[in-house]
Design a protein around this ligand. Structure first.
Ligand SMILES: [Zn+2]
Length: 569
């Protein structure tokens, strides 16, 4: 089911529109946007945003309601204009593959569901897959495969533990997945080399020494430099935002800056993790501590990647919500805070890891491919059962299920188990570089990297026609209550880049409201996963991949985007 009613909250996404073939009647109070990308962002934008803005613009022009024009130019100017117009432009994820625009206006308007007109006979063809979908659901949720994907996942995470990029454990886990793939008689099993960073955390600790002695639970952030062996001892300045840091001016010089932003969403708040050290260094800080990027904490620090954009690299670690809030209260009371930070973190030369590939070869158009994926690497402090063991193992198991049920679709289904995701999408980027010229051959590219909680459906980016086809396919999943279709695709950081070339992409829509509780922390272990729920995720994932690989129709690709983009500026 797709959302037919805009939420009445302050924020809503405008990305619901691309599905609409005929523009919806726009409420006149709604702000719409005419948008031209600043050139420095141009290369980082996803197809999705261009497509969505394009569609939105078309909708606005069609009904002649106000569009605010934002011209090509400086990002800050654009952001300023956007704010003036009550719009917020935000970069949603680190690594710049996701973006979205929110409209901050309170309107609640019912948008009529789009009228999907499928090619003749297509709805019947898709509904004809109900029997095979039911076979998959039965086999995976109550039959011989029940509990198998969980069992494989448990074996992986218990045997190899954390699978940090640059470690032997990750490479051993890759070898094991290759062996398992061969043992399951999958086709074309191989690996593809990827150059990855090699960062080692080593020992780390932090103590608040004033106004009282207390150990702070920290986790160094990926790619951070270490401190000198004796550590860094300095007074603390707590700030809520980059703006506040700038306003404090010289006050930050020589201090350890503690960022304690209010959690809004991962996409919004993560900028303090990814850019905190660089922003603090710009105003002369000697180290930075960033509140963990999570809405919930039981004294748990959460790691994650950070990126230096300055020459002066200062050490940076995460602290817990509890400790950050306490230091903020102390500062508000006028108490002086001193922290001693010791980090042994080291960056070593890049090393080679591998994406793992296995296939079920198609019977009729084997060069055309539905790709299913998740990442095999994890952070060093976690088993990575949730991020992304579940999504990765489910993508692999989808092929095993097809093999065991002896169902082979017309097109090839390919599983890719990405490496090096956590430290900058290295596996996904390398795969794109290597295979982008084949983009026409991809029917659909899917990734599950936002949890394998109760499955609800598929998040999807594609043309309105492709979206209508996917919506029809999802009607096959009433039995497991997973018929929802949302737009755009979310939870596929490694595959979002393909949207640039117009390839349809899909993610697992699941009830992942607790995802960031565990994310990148000690808490991401197998007990987060539920075997029955994982089976239902697998049934959906396998069946969607199978049906899309087998239907006669090729999913339309978004081919006219450059042309459209040129016309919209
Ligand atoms: Zn992940």
């Amino acid at each position: 089911m797709w959302e037919a009613t805009l939420p009445s909250s302050r924020h809503y996404q405008i990305f619901g529109y691309p599905r609409v073939q005929t523009p919806p009647p726009l409420n006149k109070r709604r702000v719409c946007l005419r948008f031209a990308c600043p050139s420095d962002l141009q290369s980082r934008l996803t197809m999705r945003r261009r497509a969505s803005l394009r569609t939105l613009l078309a909708a606005c022009l069609a009904v002649h309601v106000g569009c605010y024009v934002v011209e090509r130019g400086d990002t800050r100017v654009n952001n300023h204009v956007l704010r003036e117009q009550n719009l917020v432009l935000e970069e949603r994820a680190e690594n710049s593959v996701h973006s979205l625009i929110k409209v901050t206006e309170s309107t609640s308007t019912t948008i009529p569901a789009p009228q999907c007109v499928l090619p003749p006979g297509m709805a019947e063809e898709i509904q004809g897959y109900q029997e095979v979908v039911d076979r998959v659901i039965d086999y995976v949720t109550t039959g011989d495969f029940k509990g198998q994907v969980y069992s494989h996942l448990a074996n992986l995470v218990d045997t190899f533990g954390p699978r940090m990029t640059g470690t032997g454990e990750l490479e051993a886990a890759i070898d094991w997945m290759v062996e398992q793939s061969i043992a399951e008689n999958l086709d074309n099993v191989h690996t593809e080399d990827v150059q990855v960073p090699h960062w080692v955390r080593n020992n780390e600790s932090a103590w608040m020494t004033l106004p009282r002695l207390k150990q702070l639970h920290i986790m160094g952030l990926g790619s951070s430099v270490g401190t000198p062996p004796q550590g860094i001892t300095a007074d603390v300045l707590v700030v809520k935002s980059f703006d506040e840091l700038k306003k404090q001016g010289l006050k930050a010089a020589g201090k350890i800056v503690v960022f304690n932003p209010t959690w809004e969403s991962y996409g919004v708040t993560v900028q303090y993790r990814s850019q905190g050290a660089s922003e603090a260094a710009k105003v002369g800080a000697v180290a930075a501590l960033v509140v963990s990027i999570t809405p919930f904490s039981i004294a748990s620090p959460h790691t994650g990647q950070q990126y230096y954009s300055v020459e002066n690299k200062i050490p940076v670690a995460s602290v817990t919500l509890e400790d950050a809030a306490m230091m903020e209260r102390m500062q508000a009371r006028g108490q002086n805070i001193t922290v001693k930070l010791i980090m042994g973190a080291k960056n070593y030369p890049d090393t080679i890891s591998r994406n793992t590939v296995a296939e079920i070869l198609g019977t009729h158009q084997p060069k055309e491919t539905v790709l299913v994926s998740g990442h095999l690497d994890s952070w060093d402090v976690t088993q990575g059962a949730m991020d992304d063991g579940g999504g990765m193992m489910m993508s692999w198991a989808a092929l095993v299920v097809m093999r065991k049920l002896n169902i082979r679709p017309r097109r090839t289904v390919r599983a890719v188990l990405w490496t090096g995701e956590e430290q900058g999408l290295h596996g996904g980027i390398e795969y794109f570089k290597r295979h982008q010229h084949d983009h026409e051959q991809f029917q659909l590219i899917m990734e599950s990297d936002s949890g394998t909680f109760t499955p609800q459906g598929i998040s999807f980016s594609g043309t309105p026609e492709a979206t209508c086809i996917m919506e029809e396919v999802l009607k096959l999943f009433h039995r497991i209550n997973a018929t929802q279709l949302t737009n755009p695709m979310t939870g596929g950081p490694d595959i979002a880049v393909w949207e640039k070339l117009g390839v349809p992409t899909g993610g697992l829509k699941n009830d992942n409201s607790r995802y960031f509780w565990y994310h990148h922390s000690y808490g991401d272990s197998l007990i987060v996963e539920d075997p029955d729920v994982l089976d239902r995720c697998l049934a959906l994932w396998t069946s969607v991949a199978f049906v899309l690989a087998d239907i006669r129709e090729r999913l339309p690709h978004q081919q006219d985007l450059n042309h459209l983009e040129a016309g919209s500026g």
